[in-house]
Every structure is written in C-alpha cells, then in structure tokens.
Design a protein around this ligand. Structure first.
Ligand code: COI
Length: 355
C-alpha cells in the first residue's frame, strides 16, 4: 500500500485493515455492494496515455456535470474475481482477458484504454489492498470491478477529453437471490438487449440500464431473469441480462455465437474450452428459441453468475422444465471451473494468476 493511501485513513482504521479477515457474516454474502477499503484510480488526458495509477481510500469521486459518461454514457466496465485457495493463496482468474476486452470496448466507444499490464497491475493492487475482504475459501470471492469512464466535460457529442480508469471491489457470494437453486427464466420478446451495429458485443455501460425494466417485471412475476432474442427475426437466442446462455441436447453443447450483439464472456469461453477438453462437442452458432424449449439442459455462464443451471423457461405462455441435480453437464463444468479458480484442480491452461 502506498504511504499516501495509508496515511489518508482515519486514525483507528489501519489496525482493522491489517487483519486477515473483515468482521462480516461470510455465510450470507449474496451479490450486494459492500464498501471495502481501497480503490485504484488513473487518468488519461490529452497525450492519450494513462498516468501511473494510485490507490486511495474507497470513496466518492468528483465529476464535472458535463462528463462524457454522465451525458452520453461513454463508459465500460469489467468484472473479475479473486479467490482464496484452501492453502491461503490469493488467485485471480484470467484478468488479462478482461484487460483485452476493455481495449476492444474502448476502441468501439472511442475511448483511450489502459495497457494490459496497467490493467492487470491495477487489479492486483486493488485485490492486495482489500485482502481482508476476500472471503474464506469456499465462501465466495472478491468481485473486482474495473471501470473506464469519460470524465472530461463535453457538450457536443464527441469523445470525452479525459478518461478515468477506476478499480474497486466487493466481497460476493451467489449472484441470484435463491443461491444455487436452478433458475426460472422468462423469454421476453418485446425488449431486446442489443441491436446489430450497436454495442452489445462490448461491455458498454449502456447495455445494462435498458434491461432493468424487463428484469424487474420478470422478477415481479416470480422469474429469476430474462432471456433476450435477436431484435430482427425475434427468434434467435442472444443472452440473459447479465450472462451468456448454453443448451445441451444429447452430447452436444450449443451456445449463440458472438456475432455483434452478444458479449464475449470470459466464463463463456473458459467453459467452451473446458467442455471440449472433457470430450463434449461444443457448437457456437445461431440458436433458435425453440431449441431451448426442446433442450435436455440449459445453463448460463458469467463472471458474477459463474455457471448456473436453469430449471425452467417460459416462452409464449409455454413453460418447460429441465432435469436438475448433480449429474448435469452444467454441474460437471461448474465443478471443473471453480476447482481451477480456487486452485484445487490443476490449472493446465495457465488461467490463474497467483498474487
Ligand atoms: C459480470 O458477470 O461480471 C457482469 O458484468 C454482470 C453484471 C451485471 C453483474
């Protein structure tokens, strides 16, 4: 920790912050935001390179009312996780992939982005500084949220003259309120998550607020989340609000290919890799909604969600139920992925970075 960051702490806090674990209920984490100790911040102004970042005490940031992110939604976010292994090691899962995805997104959104090295270093610094918030092994993870936002003022529609790269973190457990219970999904054919030529394939902040309405409506009706279809033909499966989707039929696993409107999930591609290594045939292709309804099994993947099996899908007043239990393909994939993430299964892919 920099002396500057440490000396900004209230007087009695450094003692607390040196403890191995924060004093919270690790058994009931859920996915709510918990304020942690430090965040990382770096700015990029006219010379198009990011300054060296600094850790500071976690807190509010000051923005111009004319900031590009506030007025025109010029912003990207990422999500990655740190885990505590049973042996006490602190492990990050593929943070370089988040860095690369942020660079691709920045190009689409006309933003400057940090280098892969700076991104990964920022994630590491934020994780170490907030170590006491990393849950005990098996109780969850530290969710790390890198953000890239246009912070410079702009009145006309143009790229922001200044960008800020921020990283903060929060301990998390399960994303969905019913924990690991199978999801009940609702296919919404009126709201669409993304359109061709839009920004659905990158992690733009503008992809998320527009789906909140559909999610709230689905939750009011007892569903866990929403499946979106393509906005042109209204029949091809795209994504769930915060995760990618897969189906299993016989011994073939299929998932929508990431053609413009679908996010290249890092968990998505890791699961495809693991599944192929386990001998499954995996197809990335157009998936028609009827195929979901006829599948043996459906599951979703995402950093926040990990791998979640689906118990039912409702589409056009028809509800189908899927088998559940430990024998599911999704459970095998989930165990293999989490085993690698927490250092229990050998990481032959070199995905895990120990810090
Ligand atoms: C993630 O899985 O990390 C996401 O970005 C989804 C977010 C809506 C929680």
């Amino acid at each position: 920790l920099t002396t500057q960051a440490a000396s900004a702490l209230p007087e009695n806090e450094p003692m607390q912050r040196n403890k191995e674990y924060a004093d919270i209920d690790w058994d009931n984490l859920g996915f709510g935001l918990r304020r942690t100790d430090y965040m990382y911040k770096a700015k990029c102004t006219s010379n198009n390179t990011f300054e060296q970042g600094q850790l500071s005490v976690y807190g509010n940031i000051e923005l111009s009312p004319a900031a590009g992110v506030l007025n025109y939604g010029q912003g990207l976010f990422e999500g990655t996780k740190a885990f505590r292994g049973e042996d006490g090691r602190i492990l990050l899962f593929r943070p370089d992939q988040n860095a690369i995805r942020m660079q691709i997104g920045a190009e689409r959104m006309c933003m400057q982005s940090p280098s892969v090295e700076q991104f990964v270093d920022a994630v590491k610094q934020t994780t170490i500084a907030n170590k006491r918030w990393i849950p005990p092994s098996g109780k969850g993870s530290l969710y790390i949220r890198p953000l890239l936002i246009g912070t410079g003022p702009t009145l006309g529609l143009s790229p922001s003259p200044e960008f800020t790269f921020l990283v903060y973190a929060s301990p998390v457990g399960n994303y969905f309120k019913d924990g690991t219970a199978p999801l009940n999904l609702y296919v919404n054919n009126e709201s669409h998550r993304a359109t061709l030529g839009g920004a659905g394939c990158v992690k733009s902040i503008t992809n998320y607020a527009p789906v909140i309405k559909a999610v709230l409506r689905a939750k009011e009706q007892g569903f866990s989340d929403v499946v979106y279809l393509d906005s042109v033909h209204k029949k091809y499966v795209e994504e769930v609000s915060a995760c990618n989707i897969f189906l299993v039929k016989g011994d073939v696993i299929s998932t929508p290919s990431t053609v413009g409107t679908i996010l290249e999930g890092i968990t998505r591609k890791s699961i495809i890799h693991i599944a192929r290594d386990l001998g499954y045939k995996v197809e990335e292709r157009l998936v028609v909604v009827d195929e979901l309804m006829e599948a043996d099994e459906v599951f979703t993947t995402g950093t926040a969600v990990t791998v979640a099996s689906v118990g039912s899908i409702t589409y056009n007043d028809q509800r189908v139920e899927y088998k559940t239990g430990d024998e599911l393909v999704s459970q095998k994939l989930y165990k293999r992925l989490v085993g690698i993430q927490v250092g229990k299964i050998e990481d032959k892919y070199n995905w895990v970075a120990e810090i």
